[in-house]
Design a protein around this ligand. Structure first.
Ligand code: CMC
Length: 428
């Protein structure tokens, strides 16, 4: 028997179907609400209670700290898969066979050159430009260099756009870094694996050979996997909503990059390290920063803490904390910031303010410590997040297209002036 929800508005009752997901999440389907009620709408700023779509990509249970891509647990994937396999899994729904993976990689490599004229655009940016701004601009600019518009109803054309962006985006990310570092804008080496090649593109000096340390490569692989998708977060929702206007993949991704940049979202990884540095500079007094975070008259928040969905623990943070410990030990790095982070976490987890609000370390709390150990500068942390999130954005864009979702267009409740007469400027 179909389940229904009954809504009573000013004495009149309306019925709406209840839908159920494969993990038993239930939702009230209010598609007909305005029609049947004669214009009543709902209001939910920040979409805290609103499902924007049905999706088969990522399952997240914030109460139990569960994260799965296409049914596979994040713990399993982080330990056993590599990033390119996860890209394929997220985008196409299944883990690839060896042949499928080889073809996918070959198609991506085929697209890994970027028009030399892109270097002229990079030349136009000041050296101090934040790489997130550079990256979003260059991703938009890819459209100008690939001007044939993609028929978003054709699976083949979507596939071509997907391998194109997977091929070019790491080059753009590396170039955004190399510009800042004053290094020549080079290409990588297509005989290498996808992640190894990213490291080479970033760090190869013109005078030296570059061979990635396998420990570094494995750590980056893991970080990228952990960031690869997170269902309908701010940047992913942005990608879906921009794409819903039939805008192409590159510009939808570019919009996602800008959404990710904010310090409440992906920009938190940079903000965490800046905060930990500030605590260190200040003599290591974590209590002072805890007090600031709890003071409602102070806008300061403990960066890397709290999450809209996770109210118990963030499974990604758990994996990253262990990985950070292992990596620093393996590389023989003694980073005082790691100790400050651990101390801060311990204090926060025992503090009533954080306990009451269910605030736990999130993915960004320890990731910056790993990036630092890999030699990646602070301003590049959020671009690295973008690199990891790319397959998620692509998968969500593709799903939105295949499901033929309508253009995204929320409603509002107007609270401004009602009709008034225009007064000419002399009478105002
Ligand atoms: N430090 C201090 N107080 C906090 C924090 C924090 N990091 N996060 C939330 N709170 C408080 C907040 O002030 C509010 O208190 P009250 O109920 O007294 O008004 C309560 O906890 C609920 O916060 P909220 O802002 O309503 O929660 P939200 O779901 O809208 O925001 C969040 C989630 C992640 C934006 C927020 O926790 C935050 O700003 N965290 C710091 C930034 C950060 O680490 N962002 C990365 C998120 S994970 C990766 C990603 O998404 O990119």
């Amino acid at each position: 028997m179909s389940r229904i929800a009954t809504l009573e508005i000013e004495g009149k009752k309306y019925e709406f179907p209840i839908i159920e997901g494969t993990e038993n999440e239930i939702a009230i389907d209010i598609k007909t609400l305005r029609g049947v009620t004669g214009g009543v709408t709902t209001i939910d700023p920040g979409y805290k209670n609103t499902g924007a779509c049905e999706s088969a990509i990522t399952f997240l249970n914030g109460e139990e700290g569960i994260l799965r891509y296409r049914g596979y647990s994040i713990e399993d994937l982080a330990e056993k898969a590599d990033f390119l396999e996860v890209c394929y899994l997220l985008i196409f729904g299944e883990l690839p066979s060896k042949e499928e993976l080889d073809k996918f990689h070959a198609d991506i490599k085929e697209q890994s050159h970027v028009d030399e004229d892109v270097k002229k655009i990079i030349d136009g940016f000041p050296k101090a430009a934040h790489p997130m701004g550079v990256l979003s601009s260059l991703t938009s600019a890819l459209v100008a260099f690939n001007p044939t518009s993609v028929n978003v109803d054709s699976e083949e054309e979507m596939y071509n756009a997907i391998v194109r962006i997977l091929g070019k985006f790491p080059v753009l990310t590396a170039w955004a870094y190399r510009k800042r570092a004053g290094l020549p804008l080079d290409y990588g080496d297509n005989s290498l694996g996808y992640v190894e090649n990213i490291l080479k593109m970033m760090f190869k000096k013109p005078t030296d050979e570059y061979v990635a340390n396998p420990i570094v490569k494995d750590a980056l692989d893991k970080l990228l996997i952990l960031h690869a998708d997170h269902e309908q977060n701010c940047s992913t929702s942005t990608v879906r909503i921009v794409g819903s206007s039939n805008a192409g993949l590159f510009v939808s991704i570019s919009a996602g990059i800008n959404a990710l940049w904010g310090p409440l979202h992906g920009g938190a990884n940079q903000a965490v390290i800046e905060m930990l540095e500030a605590i260190k500079e200040d003599g290591g007094d974590t209590k002072k920063f805890m007090a600031k975070a709890k003071d409602k008259s102070d806008p300061f928040r403990l960066m890397g803490f709290g999450h809209r969905v996770y109210k118990n623990f963030d499974p990604r943070a758990k994996i990253i904390k262990v990985a950070a410990d292992e990596l620093l030990a393996e590389l023989g790095i003694d980073d005082p910031i790691l100790e400050i982070a651990k101390g801060l976490e311990k204090e926060a987890l025992e503090d009533q303010y954080f306990v009451d609000r269910k605030l736990y370390p999130n993915v960004d709390f320890y990731s910056g410590i790993i990036y630092r150990a890999l030699g990646i500068p602070t301003e590049m942390f959020t671009p690295m997040f973008a690199l990891g999130r790319l397959p998620g954005w692509i998968a969500q864009w593709r799903e939105m297209r295949l499901r033929k979702e309508p253009i995204g267009r929320p409603r509002q409740v107007y609270i401004g002036e009602t009709l008034r007469d225009f007064k000419s400027v002399e009478k105002r």
